[in-house]
Design a protein around this ligand. Structure first.
Ligand code: ATP
Length: 228
């Protein structure tokens, strides 16, 4: 088991955003968390990635309780968040944005691998990141996370605001990452596409998380559905 959330709760003052969430993630899986706006998905990812404090419960990463570690230590241990909204720095170059993802000098060498995986970033490495399209900025946000050599990626709503074709390309990139041995916990609004690429699915509703095992059905044409 690479990651396990046990009875995890996350609060903002009196607002309880995540209520006793349980989740398991095996190495090499893509697991999707689906649910309406405000259900608590980003809060759960933020806590798992070390960006938000845990109210109660446990976060087990490679068997160790990492609640309270903080994002920097999580990244150094191979678990990195790609945040909703991408957060690229618009007036810095593409390459400078990528370098923001490194946590050691040695990781600068990872640029070559990222440019092989995402040649568009190489072509535009000297340009301001703010000039990239939404889909290109999403590639950059994923590339920036890859700079730290993560084994586990938390990816929050990567297709938000993207045209269907661009959204599909981003999800294909996530599949390619899995093929490279990465594990992905994916929050997605695009139910159909998320079901297509994920191994297992959870649904989040009003802070509560439930695995939707068994109902996922992949059809002959490769599409999948489930009773959401
Ligand atoms: P979305 O798809 O809109 O991002 P979500 O499922 O990711 O939704 P969260 O963003 O985790 O949901 O929000 C869960 C709950 O926590 C909501 O009621 C939201 O209003 C509340 N919340 C989120 N961030 C904060 C914050 N910084 N301060 C106070 N409340 C917050």
């Amino acid at each position: 088991m690479l990651l396990e959330l046990r009875d995890l709760s996350v609060c903002y003052g009196r607002i309880q955003a995540v209520r006793g969430a349980n989740l398991r993630l095996e190495a090499g899986e893509i697991v999707a968390v689906l649910g309406a706006n405000g259900a608590g998905k980003s809060s759960m990812l933020g806590a798992a990635a070390g960006l938000l404090p845990v109210e109660s419960g446990r976060i087990l990463y490679e068997g160790r309780d990492v609640a309270g570690w903080g994002a920097c230590r999580m990244v150094r241990s191979g678990a990195c968040l790609v945040p909703e909204g991408r957060y690229v720095v618009g007036d810095m170059s593409v390459e400078e944005n990528l370098l923001l993802g490194t946590v050691s000098r040695r990781q600068r060498d990872n640029l070559d691998g990222i440019y092989r995986l995402l040649p568009m970033l190489k072509e535009r490495r000297g340009q301001q990141a703010g000039l990239l399209s939404g889909g290109e900025q999403q590639q950059l946000a994923i590339g920036r996370a890859l700079m730290s050599d993560p084994k586990l990626l938390f990816i929050d709503e990567p297709t938000l605001g993207l045209a269907p074709k661009t959204a599909r390309q981003v999800l294909e990139l996530i599949c390619a990452l899995r093929a490279q041995g990465k594990t992905v916990l994916l929050v997605e609004q695009n139910v159909r596409q998320a079901l297509r690429i994920s191994d297992r699915v959870y649904r989040m509703e009003k802070g509560r998380l439930e695995e939707r095992g068994g109902e996922k059905t992949v059809q002959n044409d490769g599409t999948a559905f489930c009773d959401f």
